[in-house]
Write a protein that binds this ligand. Sequence first.
Ligand SMILES: [Zn+2]
Length: 204
Amino acid sequence: MNKPHRDHGVLVVVDPQNDFCSGGALAVPGGDEVVPRVNRLAREFAHVLVTQDWHPPGHASFASAHPGRQPYETVALDYGPQILWPDHCVQDTPGAAFHPELDLPGAELVIRKGFHPAIDSYSAFRENDRKTPTGLAGYLRERGFDTVTLCGLATDFCVLYSALDGREAGFGVRVALDACRGIDIDGSVEKALAAMRAAGVELI
Ligand SMILES: [Zn+2]
């Protein structure tokens, strides 16, 4: 932890996509504000990775796939409780594209998640069944990276689960809160910060 970021750290930018920004299908309050912050932060890192929520039409996390259900209700899927969302980040649509002002020309990897029709994926490491890996842990290990810094959207879902899973996979994890924004359902941001602190995530 005493070494500068450039030595070991990798910046993972979580889901900086149009649907999570102003005017998007699942807009995170202040979501756009992260874009210039992410662009600035990325200049401090030698390695930048990006995640991209990437759902097929009719994905199991969409309320529209569950007759009679509304967004933000919770349903039981095969792997457990799942919050239902408005249709968002559908593969190859403008909503799934990265924010146009995102400026990460040196990004080395885009890791897509949530493409299995029946499984949602908040975490950059592991899908919501808590079993299906995205491959990120193997990628980081093979490249010799032992610490990641996370930023992006949303603090209380994809950033949170990425941070917890990163710790569980044995990585040092920092979260750059200034370059994150949360959805905040029933105090979920405060709960997320507490859970991350408890798991040994460094909030910076
Ligand atoms: Zn999603």
